[in-house]
Design a protein around this ligand. Structure first.
Ligand SMILES: *Cc1c(COP(=O)(O)O)cnc(C)c1O
Length: 496
């Protein structure tokens, strides 16, 4: 060993590190964590969906920055006592709030292994980068986009939509927006979506410098699908008024009611009008793999870009979304830059394409592994059957509501979202809202079930979004029974 090497060894002996002093101790604790984690998931049904945190628990999260060490065993004990008992609840079989997946153990193992390997998916020539690209390819295949399409994994659906809309803006601007900015666009761009469009599109329009006003909300029909005649009229009006119609956003599964726009018709209008056709498929794109329901999203593969969300109906632990773009070169053109410190090399670690050229992040996590491992373990066909199962469960809930005189549907059930409310006779809309909000809160507070609420065409309602591989029909029977029980109690206690 040369002098430098010897110096390095000498230095190592005094250098600090985050690695444990005693690997055997870490080994034992890690096994404990694993045992606890398996039991936590196994017994999830026996716990409340959600529970309020006592003041003592809240206080834990006000503690100041720790400057000195605490043994890991004690840190872990704090997690088991103060964090694990108070989850959001979305892994529970009776969680149907908002819209999210319910996770899976394999995905959690993958997240652990991804962190252990620690690769940076900004790019590079290594296995994680190939695997990341493979998962993008599988997403593309599942929704039926051509093999030449490109894409990228991102944090979730909001980012995936932002990626799609960014490419759309740049492709349709008629100027070099990247160099000269939106101020250089000659005719103001107009984007179109239904009045049921997810709020992330507003944020995207704002972030893209186009402004919320450039996203025209087109009215929907009685099934909450975009009104095609109204869309055509808006496009014609805008052209006549000197705007440049640029992009149609179709929604495959709206967040309020699960409505699926007529994607084939939107593809045809977009082609005829020379517009970018983006599909927000965060909820419904993956219905394409569900044998009983795939027909509902027929034509989705014709889109120019699609946002989909593996952390919803593939139940990947948060976070992972996917943006797909038919024209892979347009996708790259929207984001690629080659700074001097990230040039490619002929061989070695930097000899592969940089994956950060397809989005806004530079460092990217190895989120692909959790999708990859779960898809390998179960096969895509099973995920398709689970989607069919959730849609059938929603139909079951829909029928229970229809059969019950004190309940009513607030919107037609399309896929896995059921909008309903408790409605005793003779109550004003305002009183109904008060009663139904109270039902929702008590369902949560009593740990029975988590539903959320929304307002559809002025009518407030409860909303059960069944994206949950742990839900059974009996859970939905219980939801109805408990809605009626709490409803009767609330109504009789004089909320009227
Ligand atoms: C969930 C959702 C989004 C946003 O996706 P995130 O993964 O939460 O960022 C966008 N559009 C629709 C229709 C959604 O349901």
């Amino acid at each position: 060993m040369d002098r430098l090497g010897q110096a390095a060894v000498a230095e190592q002996e005094v250098a600090e590190t985050l690695d444990p002093a005693d690997w055997r101790q870490l080994h034992a604790l890690s096994h404990q964590v694993m045992d606890d984690a398996v039991a936590y998931l196994r017994d999830v049904r026996d716990r409340p969906v959600w529970q309020e945190m006592p003041a003592g628990v809240r206080a834990v999260f006000k503690a100041p920055l720790p400057l000195s060490p605490t043994p890991l065993r004690d840190v872990y004990r704090q997690v088991t006592e103060h964090v694990m008992p108070y989850p959001m609840g979305n892994i529970h079989p009776r969680f149907w709030s908002w819209y999210m997946g319910s996770g899976n153990f394999t995905g959690a193992l993958a997240d652990f292994l991804a962190a252990i390997q620690g690769s940076n998916l900004g790019g590079g020539n290594h296995a994680a980068a190939l695997l990341d690209q493979q998962v993008v390819g599988w997403c593309r295949e599942m929704v039926g986009m051509p093999e030449t399409a490109g894409g990228t994994l991102v944090s979730g659906g909001s980012m995936a939509n932002l990626i799609g809309l960014t490419v759309a803006r740049n492709a349709k601007a008629g100027v070099d927006v990247r160099e000269h900015g939106v101020a250089s666009i000659e005719k103001p761009l107009r984007f179109y979506a239904s009045d049921q469009v997810h709020s992330c599109h507003r944020k995207a329009m704002e972030a893209l410098g186009l402004g919320n006003g450039a996203l025209r909300r087109i009215p929907t029909d009685e099934s909450f699908r975009i009104d095609l005649a109204a869309l055509q009229e808006a496009i014609d009006q805008d052209r006549a008024a000197g705007f440049r119609p640029a992009c149609v956003i179709g929604t495959a599964g709206t967040v309020n009611t699960g409505a699926i726009d007529d994607l084939g018709a939107l593809a045809a209008i977009s082609a005829r009008e020379d517009l970018w056709f983006h599909v927000d498929g965060c909820i419904g794109a993956l219905i394409a793999i569900a044998p009983g329901n795939a027909h509902r999203v027929a034509g989705i593969g014709r889109a120019d870009s699609i946002a989909l969300d593996p952390h919803k109906w593939l139940h990947a632990p948060f976070e992972v979304g996917c943006a797909l773009v038919r024209d892979a070169a347009a996708h790259r053109d929207a984001f690629a830059v080659t700074p001097e410190y990230l040039e490619s090399a002929p061989r070695g670690l930097a000899s592969a394409p940089w994956l950060y050229d397809y989005g806004l992040q530079t460092t990217r996590g190895f989120r692909a592994l959790k999708v990859w491992m779960a898809l390998k373990e179960h096969g895509a066909e099973k995920f398709g059957r689970l989607i069919d199962q959730n849609i059938a469960q929603a139909r079951h809930l829909d029928r229970l509501v229809e059969a019950e005189p004190l309940l009513e549907l607030a919107a037609p059930t399309s896929i896995n979202i059921v909008c309903y409310r408790y409605r005793p006779p003779g109550m004003t809309e305002e009183a109904l809202k008060t009663v139904n909000v109270e039902i929702m809160l008590r369902l949560q507070e009593e740990g029975i079930a988590a539903v959320s609420d929304t307002t559809i065409r002025g009518r407030h309602c409860l909303r059960a979004a069944i994206t949950n591989h742990r839900t059974r029909l009996s859970d939905l029977d219980l939801l109805v029974a408990e809605t009626l029980r709490i409803g009767a109690a609330v109504a009789s206690s004089g909320t009227r």
